[in-house]
Design a protein around this ligand. Structure first.
Ligand code: HEC
Length: 239
């Protein structure tokens, strides 16, 4: 008995030391452009599935067919989600393509057959994936609105999608709304912080000029011109 305990203890210590050695050596590549090993991926997927299934099991689903719920969900989805999850007729974005794990195309899968799971994921997010916990800034009724909208999404074409978004209240969930989809500001990094030296060349394309035709096609509306004043008092127009 005593010998068994000693053996198990030594084996445990050896495994811990090996694990620490692997971490210390830097062997594990955390780069998002280096996919997981199949075994690691299977382990993470199973953990994700079970974690969510257990937590979503008891969530009661309200009536998701209410047109008012769907209408409001459309505006919030359009404002906060399409950069990663796309919309009918929309081309892939840098976020939808470059995140790992890749955000699923919700225009195709909607709630993926399980509204309580979709609700739980939207509310709590998923650690280390890029999927935010929207419940931190949004009440349950607004999250259900997006879930109700997601149920309809796969059956909408681009024109129906646009009509529903146009009829919605836009980005509105009772407070905490950030400025998510102002492409002109998100993309023009040099314009975000006034620099002490005014740039010699006009800003056009500055910091973001690598062939982004699709963004123009994707942008919900033409970006407005933005004027700001640099530290030296010179005015500056962004297109
Ligand atoms: C910055 C990118 C990003 C944004 C913005 C984002 N998501 Fe996600 N979302 C993800 C990623 C990545 C996943 C996949 C996570 C995984 O594989 O475990 C995901 C997963 C999901 C899923 C689960 C899909 C499934 O069935 O597997 C739902 C539902 C979802 N997101 C809804 C939303 C909604 C609604 C919004 C807007 C309020 C939103 N997401 C905004 C990145 C994002």
């Amino acid at each position: 008995m005593k010998r068994t305990i000693t053996t198990l203890t030594l084996a445990g210590l050896a495994a811990t030391a090996a694990g620490a050695g692997i971490i210390w050596s830097g062997l594990i590549n955390v780069g998002a452009d280096d996919p997981h090993l199949d075994s690691v991926h299977a382990l993470l997927s199973a953990t994700r599935e079970r974690s969510i299934a257990v937590r979503a099991a008891d969530i009661p689903v309200p009536d998701l067919s209410a047109p008012e719920l769907i209408r409001r969900g459309a505006g919030n989805y359009h404002s906060m989600c399409i950069g990663c999850h796309l919309a009918p007729g929309m081309a892939p974005t840098e976020l939808s393509q470059n995140l790992y794990p890749a955000p699923p195309n919700l225009a195709q899968i909607g709630t993926n057959g399980n509204p309580s799971v979709a609700f739980w994921i939207v509310k709590h997010g998923i650690k280390a994936t890029g999927m935010p916990a929207w419940g931190k800034s949004m009440g349950d009724e607004h999250i259900w609105g997006m879930v109700a909208f997601l149920q309809q999404l796969p059956s909408l074409d681009a024109a129906q999608y646009r009509a529903l978004v146009a009829a919605s209240d836009g980005h509105s969930h009772g407070g905490g709304e950030g400025d998510m989809h102002d492409h002109s500001r998100q993309h023009d990094h040099s314009g975000a912080t006034p620099s002490p030296q005014p740039p010699a060349a006009p800003h056009h394309g500055d910091g973001h000029d690598h062939g982004h035709d699709q963004e123009v096609a994707n942008a919900p509306a033409a970006p407005e011109k933005k004027v700001h004043v640099h530290a030296d008092g010179k005015e500056h127009v962004h297109h």
